[in-house]
Every structure is written in C-alpha cells, then in structure tokens.
Design a protein around this ligand. Structure first.
Ligand SMILES: NC(=O)c1ccc[n+]([C@@H]2O[C@H](COP(=O)([O-])OP(=O)(O)OC[C@H]3O[C@@H](n4cnc5c(N)ncnc54)[C@H](OP(=O)(O)O)[C@@H]3O)[C@@H](O)[C@H]2O)c1
Length: 335
C-alpha cells in the first residue's frame, strides 16, 4: 500500500483528494493535516464523511509527514514551497500550488509578486502534466501539479503547437471553486449568481506557465489568455483560437497525439461541462474554419479533478508504477 499524507484538507482540492483516495485500492491515507481545524474529526468540518471516514485532523508535522510514501500539498503558493523545502529528499511530494511550475524564479517573482521561498528546488521539480511528461514523472520525487486553466489550454494546443503561427488566443471560463474555499471579494453569491464577467485582463498567472510548456514544442508561441468567471460550482471551458501554417486533418492529428491517453478524449460534438464534471477527463473538440483559416479547439475539464486533485492522483499513479486510472474511474455528475 502507498502511505499518503494530505496537507490542506480544509480546502477544496484537499477535500477532493480525500474523496478520490478513499476509492483508491492501493492507498492508505495516513495523515490528513490542517493549520486551522486540528484535533477534530473530518466530519466535524465536512459532515458528508460521517460514518464513512472519521479520521482525526492533525497539525502539519514534518516529522510525521516524512514517514509516508508521498505527501500532497494542497496549500497556497509560498506556503507549499516552505513545507516542500523541509520534506524534500525525505518523501515524495506532489504540490498542487503554483510554487514549482515555473522554472525561473525571476518569472515567479514577476507574476506572483513575491520572492520564491525555495528557488534551489525549481529545477528538481517535474511539471506534472502526465500526457506530455509521463516518462520524467515516473522517476521524480517532486511534482508540480499544473494549474487548472493551464491544463485546459496546454492540452488543447500541444498536438498542433509545432504548426502554430503567431499568438494563441484562449477565451477561458471557470466555475467559482477555481478560486478556493476562502472568502474573497467578488465571489459572493450576489456577485456570481446570474452573472458573468471577465477578470485578470492585465495578465493571469497561468500565462507564463502555459507559455513555458508550449515553448518547449514551439519557441515562438505566445499566448493571449482571458479568464471569465462562470456562475457554476466547478468546470472549465476554454475556447482556443490558433492560426496554423498548414491545413491538415486536425481531428486525426489530435486523435493520434492522444491515442495512448485514457483521460483525453477527442469528441465529435462541442463538449459541455456536463461531459467531464466529477471526472478526470479532458474533452477536446477540434474545428477548422477554412473561411478564416483558424483552428478552434474547445477544451473542457473539471477544475478540481483534471485541473487539480485528479491530476495529482494520476501523477502519483505514474510515480508509483501503478495503473494510471486507479482511483479515477466514474462518470460525470449529470444531472
Ligand atoms: N481550486 C482549484 O480549482 C485549484 C486548481 C488547481 C490548483 N489549485 C491550487 O491548489 C492549492 C489549494 O487550492 P484550494 O482551491 O484547495 O484552496 P483553498 O480551498 O483556499 O484551501 C487552501 C488550504 O490551504 C490551507 N492554508 C492556507 N494558508 C495556510 C498557511 N499559512 N499554512 C498552512 N495551511 C494554510 C488552508 O487551511 P486552513 O483551513 O487550515 O487555513 C486550506 O486547507 C492552491 O495553491 C491553488 O492555487 C487550485
């Protein structure tokens, strides 16, 4: 059995990790840790676990955590890096924050407005997008789990990145859980319900991450990315527009590229959030508009699963050499 510790279990991604790992046949959840809710049983914070999983929430204790096989960090950026620094080399780490995604600490400082707490670890971390980096994830001890928007956009562009001319434009929309569980201005019920708006127009933090990964395929790629807040709980839909150098059978290109990837499906109709909500799938719809010579790809994921905790478990499965799908079965929440 793989012994697991989860830090940050009061948050949305921590909660989702518990739900996924309780269904994982090869995992024993040894420690669930929080800063604020220690010594309570899990159901006192999340009543849905009453009678199902009544573990006591522990404080964040490096001595205990270093004894498990893998620790998931479901924490805000900078907090994650601080803890990863203490755990590095003692256990394997999967970090859901942005701390180890960018390779350049100056780029991190520019976008996150803070110095990196552990820059010496940046080049030790592997970017955990399994579909692109499976081989390096197998041997890694520190995985940077990708951002939710970044996952939806990179998977939509990667198969054709080498053919792209100019700027990739992504018009992306996310449900509110993408912002985490904490109270935040602009996320109250009356602001979100029956409403729809763009935000981070001057630059969202996932832009450097998306460009960093796509530039590995085509160094000339630039990304214009505008996120929007949808009045739903979970799910991301990105519509990505690209000018391409050649006209190909693009659907075939995508099918070929992802032919060994269970969690990426090339679909025949424009996908909705209902396709993927509650699952680790990313559904891609590929359409070439000959009139404007534009390739349009629509990508949908569940931000908390393929965009966070499901992808983190997929990474764990690859790291420990077990079936990539273990713990990640199931159908979408619909209706
Ligand atoms: N939500 C998403 O869709 C999504 C997707 C991809 C990646 N992520 C990333 O995943 C991480 C977690 O996201 P989330 O949505 O789960 O956030 P969240 O709901 O806001 O939860 C954050 C967690 O971090 C803990 N925490 C906050 N400050 C802390 C500190 N100083 N020391 C120790 N623990 C602290 C909180 O614990 P307490 O209750 O004890 O304060 C809470 O459990 C973030 O870095 C986020 O950017 C989120």
């Amino acid at each position: 059995m793989i012994r697991v510790g989860i830090v940050g279990i009061t948050g949305f991604t921590g909660l989702e990790l518990i739900k996924i790992l309780l269904n994982h046949k090869e995992v024993e959840i040894e420690h669930i840790c929080s800063r604020s809710e220690t010594d309570k049983r899990l159901f006192e914070v999340y009543p849905q676990f009453l009678g199902v999983f009544d573990k006591v929430i522990e404080p964040i204790d490096v001595d205990r955590l270093q004894r498990v096989d893998v620790v998931f960090l479901a924490l805000p950026h900078t907090v994650s890096a601080g803890l990863a620094k203490e755990l590095y080399g003692k256990t394997r780490i999967i970090d859901l924050s942005a701390d180890f995604r960018l390779k350049d600490s100056e780029v991190y400082k520019t976008w996150y407005k803070v110095g990196h707490p552990a820059p010496e670890l940046l080049h030790k971390a592997v970017y955990g997008l399994v579909e692109l980096n499976r081989d390096s994830i197998k041997d890694s001890i520190l995985v940077a789990n990708p951002g939710c928007y970044a996952t939806s956009v990179i998977l939509a562009v990667a198969p054709v990145a080498k053919y792209v001319n100019g700027t990739v434009i992504s018009d992306s929309k996310s449900g509110v859980s993408g912002a985490g569980r904490g109270l935040k201005e602009g996320l109250q019920f009356c602001e979100v319900n029956e409403n729809f708006k763009a935000y981070a127009i001057n630059g969202h933090r996932h832009i450097p991450e998306i460009e960093q990964e796509l530039k590995k395929i085509n160094n000339d790629i630039q990304v214009e990315f505008i996120p929007h807040l949808l009045p739903v709980q979970r799910g991301i839909l990105s519509t990505v527009y690209m000018k391409v150098a050649e006209e190909l059978d693009f659907k075939r290109v995508y099918e070929e590229f992802y032919k060994s990837d269970y969690f990426v499906r090339v679909v025949n109709n424009p996908p909705s959030l209902n396709n993927v909500r509650g699952t680790n799938f990313c559904d891609l719809y590929v359409h070439f508009d000959g009139r404007t010579s534009t390739l349009i790809v629509i990508s949908v994921i569940d931000n908390l699963i393929k965009g966070a905790s499901g992808q983190a478990v997929q990474n764990m499965n690859v790291m420990f050499g077990i079936d990539e799908k273990e713990g990640l079965g199931g159908y979408s929440y619909y209706p």
